[in-house]
Write a protein that binds this ligand. Sequence first.
Ligand code: FES
Length: 105
Amino acid sequence: MTEIVRVCSTAELAPGTMRRAPTKLPIAVYNIGGAFYATSDYCTHETSSLCDEGYLDGDEIECGWHCAKFNVKTGAVTAPPATKPLPTYEVRIENGDLYVVVPSA
Ligand code: FES
């Protein structure tokens, strides 16, 4: 069963920024030019937190530990040393609030 978790109001996540969702599963949410996306917050290389250690540049997140890069829209690896894509999650906007759809474990 999936769970739908409110992250924040859309106004609280400005374009070009990201934040950790208040979920047990480590999920990062991003505002890329006014569109919202969600991926795992953990780098697939050695589980660095992308929100705490990463750098968002356009639609790419760079891991702060060893500089792997991922496209936050698709989760695809765009620079090594990571080889596995980031899991991505569905986001929803209702009444100005941003939600993330969390799959069951
Ligand atoms: S932990 Fe992210 S590149 Fe190594």
